[in-house]
Write a protein that binds this ligand. Structure first.
Ligand code: NCD
Length: 326
């Protein structure tokens, strides 16, 4: 069943972006607009039960050069729930193996009449690069270890829904901060909205440099645990590491895995989050991942609303507000 988009509020007059490349360059007001519009999308679709065809006639291309389960399917569903068509590109099986460059591949897909490209790539800066070469909107679905803005937004939205606010909360990002794009998008977004952010993990994966940006740095989860309102448990990104950052996964789990025993030493209403994929027994044990404090699947559900909001705002800006920024 589809409904008219009268159920959505008026397009925000202050919105000026046609690309979503990072959270670092967005203001607190712009991040809040994206979060508020994610809530509007949830309500207007009756929490995913119906479509709102505000992007009918538009085509969104998913251009993924790295593996993905959540992000790719979530962007596809978001586009389709807005009435848009989707094109699914995967680098394996494409002409990339015949030597076509990244830019030529993207331009080829754009020439098919695409209005937005959602791009994931192992190289930091690829979404920025595309935004400079294409005329359509570009959404960053993860550029190497740099940023993953929609993941940051869906994490922050989930916290806001569960706690009613972001300001004043203590949120710890635990794990491979050095190689995690989720970490960077969360840090910028949460800081702008007034949270106290802690990055926690082995010294080989958590740099003291973060202190310069007003982020607390810890190498001891047990020490910070009693103060945390939220733990976001990040995967060790072995695929981005050239040397092993710790002697064994077992040792990492002893120091940093969220376990039932650590839950007993946490705040009674602590939120347990993870962007997924989770490695059970490494960053989180099954009883915690599947337990009552876990909002891991709520994050996945929210991902669709966040991506619907991002697509609507980015694709609507030139039609509705005329001028737009990069
Ligand atoms: C993350 C990613 O790809 O950056 N996953 C995701 O998008 N949900 C995190 C990860 O791979 O660990």
């Amino acid at each position: 069943m589809t409904v008219a988009h009268a159920e959505l509020p008026d397009f925000p007059a202050t919105w000026r972006h046609r690309h979503l490349l990072d959270l670092e360059s967005l203001t607190a007001e712009e991040i809040t607009t994206l979060l508020d519009w994610s809530e509007h999308m949830a309500v207007a679709t009756d929490f995913g039960r119906r479509k709102i065809p505000v992007l009918q006639g538009k085509t969104i291309a998913n251009v993924f050069f790295e593996n993905s389960t959540r992000t790719r399917n979530s962007f596809s569903l978001a586009a389709r729930r807005l009435g848009a068509d989707t094109v699914e590109f995967a680098s394996s099986g494409s002409s990339v193996s015949k030597g076509e460059t990244f830019i030529d591949t993207a331009k080829t897909i754009e020439a098919m009449g695409v209005h937005a490209v959602v791009v994931r790539h192992s190289a930091p800066g690829t979404a920025f690069l595309l935004a400079g070469h294409l005329n359509c909107s570009v959404l960053n679905a993860g550029d190497g270890p740099h940023e993953h803005p929609t993941q940051g937004l869906l994490d922050i939205l989930t916290i806001r829904q569960c706690r009613g606010k972001i300001e004043g909360l203590t949120v710890a990002l635990v794990g491979d901060i050095a190689h995690s794009r989720t970490a960077r998008s969360n840090i910028w977004g949460l800081k702008k909205l007034g949270a106290h952010v802690i990055v926690c993990g082995p010294a080989t994966l958590v740099s003291r440099q973060w202190e310069k940006f007003g982020v607390e740095v810890s190498h001891n989860l047990d020490e910070i645990l009693p103060r945390c309102d939220v733990l976001n448990l990040l995967r060790i990104q072995f695929e981005r590491q050239s040397t092993r950052p710790f002697p064994s996964v077992h040792e990492y789990a002893l120091l940093y895995a969220m376990t039932a025993e650590r839950m007993r030493r946490s705040k009674p209403d602590i939120l347990i989050m993870a962007p997924g994929p989770i490695n059970r027994g490494v960053e989180v044990t099954p009883e915690v991942a599947d337990g009552p404090h876990s909002v891991i699947l709520k994050q996945v559900t929210n991902g669709i609303f966040v991506r619907m909001a991002a697509l609507r705002l980015l694709l609507g800006v030139s039609e509705v507000n005329g001028s737009c920024l990069a």
